[in-house]
Write a protein that binds this ligand. Sequence first.
Ligand code: PHE
Length: 343
Amino acid sequence: MERQIQQLRESAAKLIGAATDLKELDNVRVKILGKKGELTGLLRGMSQLSAEERPKIGKIVNEARAQIEQLIADKNSELKAQDLQNKLASEKIDVTLPGRKIHCGHLHPLTLTLNRVKEIFINMGYSVEEGPEVETDYFNFEALNLPKDHPAREMQDSFYITEEILLRTQTSPVQARTMQKNPPNTPIRMIAPGRVYRRDDYDASHAPMFTQVEGLVVDKGITFADLKGTLDFFCKQFFGENAQIRMRPSFFPFTEPSTEVDVSCPICHGKSADCKVCHGSGWLEILGAGEVHPDVLKMSGYNPEIVSGFAFGMGVERICMIKYAIDDLRMFFENDVRFLSQF
Ligand code: PHE
């Protein structure tokens, strides 16, 4: 019996030593110490021993069990440590590897342009106002001195939703909205960027939807010279120090006098007869403007005897096309990534 136990001890030590993973080790444990295991089998055989032998052998068996259990526990922690080691080795990260390049999106050229325009005017103390794209006939036309039968309404073919509601054809309604929001004669210095809609063709220079920036300044003693100085300053900021402006007489029902403003070609500076941007003329129209018509002030509760003002409406696509020499308006709306990624 003693020999059997000794043999079992030795073979157990061998098996435990040879186990290469936790599962194998557990199999060994079951094989020897389990209910039907070898050591348990030996214990059962003890019933055949004499009364003197029993305690002696019992002691040896218990010692053997304790020893085997200890061997298993030691092997168990050894295997666990090894497992962790393997895991650490296989999951190692090389932090010195160069990273994978993440492709970054671009701001749309119109967004870039609008951001720049806003920045220039905000730096001059202007606020940024907003108005609805679905507008009433009253704000889009009537409050701007364009009564129902006014022929100048035809300058801007409109998308009507009902008799009284349309898609705004210009950002000028925000002029009236801003004045009416204020107590009478409160000084104003604001721009209003946004989309406008007209029943136009869709080609290289027309689209049924485009973007404008409205400007309105009202205060005591505002003159046409302030308008000119402001637009000249803006163009120099936006197009570069060499930019010049030229004013041509024009007509808008809500300004008097009215003007259309051209900027000198920032691409060829008027020096190239076959310039892709100005086609040799040297000048590019960018906006309509004028002194706010006294009736427009009156209709929105301002007193033209006390205050005066100027207003302008600028085409955002236009100034963007001029600045970046883009020759087709449709580029802005078709969103070809090869085009967009150049900005
Ligand atoms: N609203 C005019 C247009 O869209 C532009 C403009 C604005 C003219 C303000 C004068 C004053 O054509």
